[in-house]
Design a protein around this ligand. Structure first.
Ligand code: ADP
Length: 503
């Protein structure tokens, strides 16, 4: 992955993680607060029940017409009400109780009577007298209202405001004022006579933060971002591959077009020859004496048609996996004679002389006849094209020197004559055909690219001829080479292995 993508993925992960972590944190806070609220409410209900119980006891005692003596009553009530520290009343205005008379009782009784319900007479931060209008009074120690173990486990710190200073009922979190999120709730007890304010406090310290969900979310979000990044990357890869496939398809199509043009180029030669031969036969048809010439022209046409078919199968062989050509020991003289026979009339019309010289007449190169013919035809055609394009002086009269089938002597120094020299000789264990012309030669910058498919300097050229010749030569374990001649002209050589046993 490149650094930009990595940084982007990291950024996305960070944003995703923070958003998720905030949500988890908030959710955790809400959950904790809900639990805290419920636990505080439970504690408030438990304490309220006790307070209501006090009111019920006082009401019961007030209703008794012959109440038992408080000092006898107290021991029987105390086991069920551990918070009860004493009780008593004022029968006939004098105090009768299990403990001393609380100071301010008369005022409290008067106040209770005016309110029509018990009132609280605080004694200290933890204890208070609950005084009924009937003067029956209970001394309650709030520390024993509910045993701390019975309070919900989720509660941390509880205080009850009875006197001036708050009474601590529970202190499970001594560091409640330390770092963290404080949860606080205040609720009065649900008894009209004892509406003490219950304060609940709990701090969500770092220890209670949702570290595990955060960690899991960190991992999940990282996997998520990695997955999305990988999917997006694989989608981009797939898109790139599709694009590449599309480009390749387009390239194939254009190669196909170029191939088609190349095939047309190659077939043009035999088809032109067939046309020329057929026209000549047509002209000579009515003349009885020219029958042999007609037969000859038709034979030549058939030969060219076969050649065209061969070229097509050769092209097919080129685009298919290489199939070894049908190789045989070839007679260079016969090949050259056939070439001269076919090309000389047309070359003569262009003022070009074609010569053949074989330095080793007995030598037999090993190759595929059709392929070699095709190569030589191509090279001769290229030489002719180069010669026709180059102006020479004085111009040679068309068809002046070239009776068909007559081998011409090798060109001497005759700059005014367009010449193509076809030579054959043995070099080591190979036979070399060379096709030389005295045209302008090959431009220096073109030399290294001559055999590259579709390289051409000619306006009508396809640039396939030499590439094809090189492939054909290679398929026969031969090779094709090009060089310039002095003072002018180009020379192409086809080197083929010698057939075994050939002289
Ligand atoms: P095409 O004939 O379609 O241009 P070729 O592959 O046969 O394609 O030839 C490629 C190029 O080689 C030609 O365009 C030409 O520039 C150069 N070339 C071939 N033969 C000769 C030659 N005998 N003299 C000069 N240049 C030549």
């Amino acid at each position: 992955m490149n650094p930009l993508l990595r940084h982007r993925a990291l950024f996305y992960w960070l944003v995703l993680f923070l958003v998720g972590a905030l949500w988890i944190g908030r959710q955790n806070y809400v959950d904790q607060y809900d639990r805290f609220f419920q636990d505080t409410s439970i504690a408030q209900r438990m304490l309220s029940q006790k307070a209501v119980q006090h009111e019920a006891v006082l009401a019961t005692l007030s209703a008794l017409s012959h109440p038992p003596a408080p000092e006898r009553l107290f021991p029987s009530l105390q086991p069920a009400m551990p918070q009860l520290q004493g009780l008593g009343y004022l029968p006939g205005g004098a105090w009768a109780g299990s403990t001393d008379e609380p100071p301010g009782l008369a005022t409290a009784v008067a106040q209770a009577r005016s309110l029509g319900r018990p009132v609280v007479l605080p004694r200290d931060a933890a204890r208070y007298w609950l005084v009924a209008p009937s003067s029956w009074s209970l001394l309650v120690d709030a520390r024993d209202l509910v045993a701390p173990a019975d309070l919900p486990a989720g509660l941390a710190n509880l205080t009850l405001a009875i006197g001036q200073a708050p009474l601590t009922l529970l202190a499970r979190q001594p560091d409640a004022t330390g770092p963290g999120w404080p949860l606080a709730l205040s609720k009065p007890l649900g008894a009209a006579s004892q509406p003490f304010m219950l304060h609940s406090l709990r701090t969500l310290t770092p220890a209670s933060w949702p570290w595990l969900p955060w960690l899991l979310w960190g991992l999940t979000s990282a996997l998520l971002v990695a997955g999305v990044t990988a999917t997006r990357r694989s989608r981009a890869d797939a898109r790139r591959q599709q694009e590449q496939a599309r480009l390749a398809a387009m390239a194939r199509l254009s190669t196909l077009g170029e191939m088609a043009a190349g095939i047309a180029h190659e077939l043009n030669q035999p088809l032109t020859a067939i046309l020329a031969q057929t026209r000549a036969a047509q002209r000579l048809l009515d003349d009885e004496d020219e029958r042999p010439a007609v037969r000859h022209a038709l034979l030549a046409s058939a030969e060219q048609a076969k050649r065209a078919a061969d070229i097509i199968s050769r092209m097919r062989a080129l685009v298919q996996p290489r199939v070894p050509g049908r190789r045989e020991a070839l007679d260079p003289d016969a090949l050259a004679a056939s070439l001269q026979f076919l090309r000389e009339p047309e070359l003569a019309r262009q003022g070009i002389r074609l010569t053949w010289r074989n330095a080793n007449p007995g030598a037999r190169p090993l190759g595929d006849r059709v392929a070699l013919e095709q190569i030589l035809h191509n090279l001769v055609q290229n030489a002719a094209d180069a010669l026709v394009a180059a102006p020479i002086s004085p111009p040679a009269p068309p068809g002046a020197n070239a009776p068909p089938g007559t081998p011409l002597p090798l060109r001497a120094d005759a700059p005014s004559q367009r010449e193509i020299s076809l030579d054959g000789c043995v070099q080591g264990d190979a036979y070399v055909f060379s096709v030389s012309d005295n045209g302008p030669g090959i431009p220096a910058d073109a030399l290294p690219r001559l055999f590259t498919p579709f390289y051409t300097t000619r306006e009508q050229g396809m640039g396939l001829g030499l590439a094809l010749c090189e492939t054909l030569a290679g398929a026969m374990d031969g090779r094709l080479a090009a060089r310039n001649l002095q003072p002018s002209g180009a020379c192409f050589t086809v080197t083929l292995p010698l057939a075994k046993g050939a002289a």
